[in-house]
Design a protein around this ligand. Structure first.
Ligand SMILES: Nc1ncnc2c1ncn2[C@@H]1O[C@H](COP(=O)(O)OP(=O)(O)OP(=O)(O)O)[C@@H](O)[C@H]1O
Ligand SMILES: [Mg+2]
Length: 421
């Protein structure tokens, strides 16, 4: 079940939005609408689903509508048209008192510039939302203390925000949002004001907390590296429109247009993509008990130079075609004695790491999952294709050229892609 369901939201800012709704539906541009009517198109026909327990990232340039969209979720902004369902309840229809309760219990927000009360101590800031929930003073302090410890701020309870660094203030903001125990966390550029090192630390901390808490987090950022690191899914907005929506891999591997591509330019693809993305599913696997004649025949038929040998689901090793032929000649009953060790990489290994290994050696590499499960063979040409973004205005290198370039560093004639296990 999706936690937040956004259905055909339009937002037009100005005195008479309903008058221009039809034009917005028909596709009038943001500039034309502004010139004609003085109204600003905030969002045009946005629909998306945010799954329970996921981190959903909203990206886009300044003015693209990110804050406008997220503020619809707790109805800080009313839509000009459309629905927002949270746990199947349309928030647009909530009465004033129901809305107040909904905001206190369902959602909490972390702001870009911390939004702390300067005249309240750190612990009072964290406990603030709990007072509104009607919690007793002792309980509030206990809860606030717990969350301060969680974000690494034990000992700073009685300091004031101005006595803390930016990163620490942002942690206070995060502790305050977490303390309310809301199921949904809205984070509008929450880490943007932090320097890169602290920012990365905060991302790690958020991921760690999320692994324990399993909240639904909507996270706005300008930064694609951050989006790719945190997001289970990413939505990209431009001029109030949804340009692309998908998993980080979807966006990285198939950007919808130049706008999305422009975000991707500086991304370290080798870090985001991993061995699983460059793995060929096995088309032939053997076991230790396989008969030599059968093994040799299958490899010859498929023109494979080798095949993976499994023990249950686990990778036991590799059998080369020449070893299979030898086993036949020597009259062996099975291939067990002819199996050699095969090097492997975990599916989660970043392609940058994998590429370094490929350049060092031409031996075939298996990709393994949890408990050493054999997933397939690493494809050299896929690795090269994935880490090499298409260069604008030029024909991308063909896979074969690039694979050859990588492979020419070795002497083996084995082609990993052809000799898939
Ligand atoms: N209250 C408002 N009245 C009029 N126009 C508004 C209002 N709020 C936002 N807008 C307009 O809606 C558009 C989207 O603004 P929004 O703040 O959602 O952008 P954003 O993607 O969050 O940008 P940033 O990255 O700079 O925070 C902009 O053109 C902005 O001028
Ligand atoms: Mg904004």
């Amino acid at each position: 079940m999706s936690k937040i369901e956004v259905r055909n939201i339009f937002k037009i800012f100005g005195p008479k939005p309903e008058r221009w709704l039809d034009a917005a539906r028909k596709g009038i541009s943001k500039e034309e609408l502004l010139a004609k009517s003085g109204h600003t198109l905030g969002l045009r026909d946005i629909s998306l689903s945010i799954e329970d327990g996921s981190i959903y990232v909203i990206m886009g340039l300044s003015g693209s509508g990110k804050s406008t969209l997220i503020r619809h979720f707790n109805r800080l902004i009313e839509p000009s048209a459309g629905q927002i369902l949270v746990d199947d309840v349309d928030v647009v229809t909530l009465s004033k008192s129901a809305l107040e309760k909904f905001r206190q219990q369902k959602m909490s927000m972390v702001f870009q510039r911390f939004g702390l009360f300067p005249h309240r101590s750190v612990i009072e800031n964290v406990a603030y939302g709990l007072k509104v929930q009607g919690m007793s003073k002792t309980e509030r302090r206990q809860r606030a203390q717990h969350w301060l410890e969680q974000v690494g701020l034990a000992g700073f309870e009685n300091q004031y925000p101005h006595q803390l660094s930016g990163g620490m203030q942002q942690r206070v903001g995060l502790a305050r949002a977490l303390a309310t125990d809301a199921e949904i966390l809205l984070m509008d550029e929450a880490f943007s004001a932090l320097d890169p090192l602290i920012r990365r630390e905060m991302q790690d901390q958020l991921l760690q907390l999320q692994a324990q808490l399993n909240k639904t987090i909507v996270f706005i950022t300008h930064d694609l590296d951050e989006a790719l690191r945190l997001g289970n899914r990413i939505a990209i907005l431009k001029d109030g429109e949804l340009i692309q929506e998908g998993t980080p891999e979807d966006i990285l591997l198939a950007p919808a247009n130049d706008y999305v591509q422009s975000f991707l330019q500086d991304v370290n693809r080798g870090k985001v993509l991993n061995a699983a993305h460059a793995c060929n599913a096995p088309s032939l696997t053997l076991t230790m008990r396989s008969r030599p004649a059968h093994a040799a025949e299958r490899m010859a038929g498929l023109d494979f130079d080798y095949a993976a040998v499994l023990d249950g689901k686990r990778l036991a090793g590799i059998l080369t075609r020449s070893a299979a032929v030898r086993a036949v000649q020597e009259g062996a009953r099975d291939i067990a004695r002819y199996v050699q060790d095969m090097a492997s990489v975990p599916a989660t290994a970043g392609l940058d790491e994998v590429l370094a290994r490929l350049l060092r050696s031409t031996e075939p590499l298996a990709v393994t999952g949890e408990d050493d499960e054999f997933l397939g063979m690493l494809s050299r040409s896929k690795v090269v294709e994935l880490v090499t973004p298409a260069i604008e205005g030029t024909e991308p290198f063909s896979n074969d050229d690039m694979a050859e370039a990588v492979e020419s560093s070795g002497t083996s004639s084995e082609n990993t892609d052809r000799s898939v296990a």
